[in-house]
Design a protein around this ligand. Structure first.
Ligand code: HEC
Length: 150
């Protein structure tokens, strides 16, 4: 192996390592929220409801109504809504639901786990069972998923 070929290999390896670092912000968003010892069980859970127009409409009504998801996630699902000033939330900002990479990184079961347990150290609180029944939570998640479609 000649030395210039080796140099190309080394440069390639370095590039592979630095690319994920330059994506630091999105890496943090994609980091699983469910603790490692619970994630397999969480991922095994699937949405029992069909993604019908009716179910998505029920989810939208909950998202914008009694479950007040809209206050932090915005009616457009992109993050902070007009109701909460940036900086008034402690910890990480609400998720942008239109982010396709984030949508692809999460299973329905992980999102359901978040609605049950919240996301520790952030403003994302548990909503089941105090605000949402499990069935309502699945409807809201169908709506959350609909933000990820083109
Ligand atoms: C008080 C503000 C607030 C409200 C209200 C709120 N959220 Fe969140 N939500 C957040 C924040 C902040 C995060 C980011 C948490 C993190 O980075 O771990 C988040 C994250 C999430 C996530 C992504 C978790 C992940 O795995 O990346 C989902 C799904 C979610 N919220 C759904 C909802 C739904 C559905 C509702 C309504 C039932 C709701 N949220 C209401 C603040 C809020």
């Amino acid at each position: 192996m000649n030395s210039s070929f080796l140099a190309v290999l080394v440069a390639g390896a370095l590039l592979l390592q630095t690319v994920p670092l330059s994506w630091g912000a999105s890496q943090e968003i994609l980091r699983p929220r469910v603790p490692r010892d619970q994630i397999d069980a969480a991922r095994a859970v699937t949405n029992p409801l069909p993604a019908s127009d009716e179910m998505i409409a029920s989810g939208k009504a909950l998202f914008e109504g009694k479950a007040f998801c809209k206050a932090c996630h915005g009616a457009d699902g992109k993050g902070l809504g007009g109701d909460i000033a940036p900086g008034s939330l402690k910890g990480p900002l609400p998720r942008n639901f239109t982010d396709r990479a984030w949508q692809a990184a999460r299973t329905d079961g992980e999102l359901f786990w978040i609605l049950k347990n919240g996301s520790k150290g952030t403003a994302m609180a548990p909503f089941i069972p105090l605000v949402l029944t499990e069935e309502e939570a699945w409807q809201v998640l169908l709506y959350v998923r609909s933000f990820g479609r083109p």
